[in-house]
Write a protein that binds this ligand. Structure first.
Ligand code: SF4
Length: 262
């Protein structure tokens, strides 16, 4: 029986390249100036006869950054040469947060009047209401089909795909209208028994409705049936919390003249 073992060969540290700290520093100082170069922080072996040395960066505003100087020794040569100098962030460096495409950054409420937010042709949340057939269409063909569908009055060009519907349902359920919202956790009862819940049609009817209580925080919003709030239609105050009845009115019969002569 033959067994095979895959091993990753580590490059062998080249003693000349590892020892070339002074060479790396000299070239670095020559390039960026002595004031910006701090102590030697260590090295990593990049490849056979290729080593990167790190030096602290003393440049103001670059706390935690370090200079990376890569040196290499050509085969059968005694001396190393400096290949590359870089300023790289260390663990403590202040760096910009990772870039996120604007589409993933947009949140509900970000759109201002006049803003446009086009949806991609292949947005998985939408499917064409009518079929494009089996042949893939390019953008021009799709635009033509859309124009014809619009002229014929076929209604909406695209509708929610199952994926788009599931994404919306999950978002609503996990959000402020779901069962885990703080308002719902301390609610006396759930929306499913509330008279202000408006039922919706369609596949989400068993899970969601719309709150129609103008005094509730969720008025006009989609709420899950197991959401709830203190404005539930059947909420009653305990006797001790009910408003005290007003005393009987007193009719003041004293006229102005009686008052002045009194
Ligand atoms: S008033 Fe409260 S309990 Fe009633 S439907 Fe609206 S959110 Fe649900």
């Amino acid at each position: 029986m033959i067994s095979s073992v895959t091993t990753t060969l580590r490059p062998k540290p080249d003693s000349a390249a590892v020892a070339a700290v002074d060479v790396a520093r000299a070239v670095l100082v020559d390039d960026v100036g002595a004031a910006d170069v701090g102590e030697h922080l260590g090295h990593v072996v990049e490849d056979d006869r290729v080593v990167t040395h790190f030096f602290a960066c003393e440049r103001p505003g670059y706390v935690g950054w370090r200079w990376s100087v890569t040196v290499a020794r050509a085969s059968r040569q005694k001396h190393v040469t400096v290949d590359e100098i870089l300023l790289v962030p260390g663990d403590e460096a202040i760096v910009a947060p990772p870039w996120v495409p604007y589409r993933e950054r947009i949140q509900p409420g970000d759109l201002s009047p006049g803003d446009l937010l086009p949806v991609d042709d292949d947005d998985p949340r939408l499917v064409p209401t009518y079929s494009f057939g089996d042949d893939p269409l390019d953008a021009d063909d799709k635009a033509q089909v859309r124009a014809v569908a619009h002229e014929l009055g076929l209604g909406r060009v695209r509708t929610l795909s199952p994926e788009g519907r599931d994404l919306a349902a999950q978002r609503w359920y996990d959000g402020d209208g779901g069962p885990d919202a703080p308002l719902a956790r301390s609610a006396p009862d759930s929306c499913t028994t509330c008279g202000f819940l408006m039922r919706i049609a369609g596949p989400l009817a068993e899970t969601f409705g719309v709150c129609a209580n103008g005094n509730a925080n969720d008025d006009g919003r989609v709420v899950s049936l197991d959401h709830g709030c203190g404005a539930h239609s059947e909420v009653r105050l305990a006797k001790k919390h009910e408003p005290q009845p007003l005393p009987d009115p007193v009719v003041d019969t004293l006229s102005r003249r009686e008052f002045e002569t009194w």
